[in-house]
Design a protein around this ligand. Structure first.
Ligand SMILES: C[S@@+](CC[C@H](N)C(=O)[O-])C[C@H]1O[C@@H](n2cnc3c(N)ncnc32)[C@H](O)[C@@H]1O
Length: 263
């Protein structure tokens, strides 16, 4: 699915105010899940080398402030959707600078950040190679790129997705496999230094899982039509009603850490 039009428009599945306003409750992560991600990042990236982070496609800032706290440094959050950015900017944080922009044309000078973090953005890129050139440009000479993203191998483990065939088709088309993601990033500027799949706690119970999915904060559910969404939701609800109560729901998401290759 092409999120950013070739003419540079910043319109995408997250452009609407209603989507931005419900994103945080639809996709909130328990604090232990956020800690898990930040610990995983810190175990691959020497903290002392990180003085400035770019959270690219920061959305509502789900990770932006937490990244600055974890690495004790300043952070820039860049996001194309003004609606998502508006929610992010409502968190008044001294060490975060917010900017509107997109990965294919990053509004920063050369060599100004030590780590670029991209969470659930890679599969939205229309021109990934152009975005990688831009990431390489804004990174310092020994900088890092961390990509937190779903990969195609795991689409079948996302329980909700089985009930929305139209969304499954979108995800299967746009989500890279682990190998495709690594090959496109390592093609020119980067080397892979770590890779892992993290089963993150997403909801404390199936009821909470249903509640989150029903808020339609996942982009594949935003772009399918209302009828397809409602019928899938009905099937999903029937399935949820047969699951054990108070059973936590975990979902797999991958973390890839790359280091910039010396020229
Ligand atoms: C699933 S959300 C993830 C937001 C945030 N990183 C997080 O983990 O909560 C995907 C975000 O990518 C942004 N996005 C889409 N295309 C982009 C692009 N070409 N460059 C940068 N961000 C993009 C969307 O506007 C949206 O906010």
């Amino acid at each position: 699915m092409a999120d950013i039009a070739k003419n540079g428009s910043m319109e995408n599945a997250y452009s609407k105010i209603e989507t931005a306003n419900r994103y945080d409750s639809a996709r909130s992560l328990p604090s232990q899940t956020k800690t898990l991600w930040l610990d995983a990042l810190k175990s691959s990236i020497p903290e002392q080398e990180i003085r400035k982070i770019l959270d690219l496609g920061c959305g509502t800032g789900r990770f932006t402030v937490a990244l600055g706290k974890a690495f004790e440094c300043s952070v820039i959050g860049i996001e194309p959707s003004s609606a998502m950015l508006g929610v992010a900017m409502s968190q008044s944080e001294l060490h975060v600078e917010w900017k509107q922009g997109q990965a294919e044309n990053i509004p920063l000078e050369n060599g100004v950040v030590d780590l670029v973090f991209m969470s659930q953005v890679f599969h939205h890129l229309v021109e990934p190679q152009q975005a990688l050139r831009e990431i390489n440009r804004v990174l310092t000479s020994a900088g890092y790129l961390a990509i937190r993203n779903g990969t195609r191998e795991y689409n079948k483990e996302l329980a909700w997705l089985r009930f929305f065939p139209e969304a499954l088709e979108i995800e299967d088309k746009r989500t890279p496999s682990q190998q495709e993601l690594k090959e496109s990033v390592c093609d020119r500027f980067f080397e892979l230094i770590s890779q892992r799949t993290i089963y993150q706690l997403f909801a404390a119970s199936y009821d909470e899982y249903f509640e989150k999915v029903s808020q339609r904060g996942l982009s594949a559910l935003i772009v399918i039509n209302d009828e397809a969404f409602q019928s899938g939701l009905q099937r999903f609800q029937d399935w949820v009603s047969r699951q054990p109560r108070n059973f936590p729901v975990y979902e797999p998401v991958d973390l890839f850490v790359f280091r910039k290759e010396s020229a």
